[in-house]
Design a binder for this molecule. Sequence first.
Ligand code: PYC
Length: 331
Amino acid sequence: MKNTFSCIDGHTCGNPVRLVIGGGPLLKGENMFEKRRHFLEEFDWVRKGLMFEPRGHDMMSGSILYSPSDPNNDVGVLFIETSGCLPMCGHGLIGTVTMAVEEGIITPKQEGVVRVETPAGLVTATYQKNGDKVTAVKITNVPSFLLHTDLSIDHQDLGRLTFDVAYGGNFYAIVDPQENFPGIHHYSAEELIRLSRKLREGINQNFTAVHPENPNISGISHILWTGNVLYPTSDARNAVFYGDKAIDRSPCGTGTSARMAQLFFKGRLKVGDSFIHESFIGSVFKGQVSAIVKVGGYEAIIPTIEGWAIKTGYNTIFLDNNDPYVHGFQV
Ligand code: PYC
């Protein structure tokens, strides 16, 4: 038995996006969160086959499009990653909207604005075009908030570390430079991955993070380390760890949202301020705090994140049961 998937490959500011436009499974559910649950129960082999080696790699990330459950919206998106199915993925959405609009796969009801149902909630994506090319996508993300400040933990290699926890579509532990951590500019990606794995394990053994309106969104899945910028025009730089072996090559949309929530609630950003956020490789998202709302008793910001994506090619992928690695592998 051989399953065939039609994909468009690309990247958002350096981080991969594999948009599945044919072969994705039909999913049951009233909304994208329920469809995500059905996918994880019955079709996770699709994610593993398309994301892991030998068809993908440690950073691979993608999406599958569905009809929206509310006819006022344009599309539903399921995010597939090496780490699972994230409730929300900012770089994934910027790439998905870029490629789907360029290819005429999404025709939004209102030109220039795509209303997207994600498992984490409704996200609006506004895009700019030059001819057939989408040159920039600005997403208005889900409410993002600071959950904990100044937690601390003993890290096996670094010693005592203090961190904050914020939500931007996923939960992030944010580690700023401090006595036992001089900043990301002192580390390689490999070193940060090794340090992150141990830190994430320790944090989740000792602390909880649960979304106040959707208790199924829980757990601190990502670590956002900070440090010196590469370019003087940037406000901050990060290294976001996700999955088991990935440092985001983009500035990370949900991470930038969580970082802006942290800075806003610590009095270092105001409504209307822009926030130029650099990735580990130096690519940039432009963030902004656009409004303040309440989410389940928490004050939250509505962040906007602007970035660009490029289509790199068309890819027809087989998941063939005769292949011993049909469901991929990780080393
Ligand atoms: O851009 O939100 C993001 C993201 C999450 C994991 C990798 N990228």
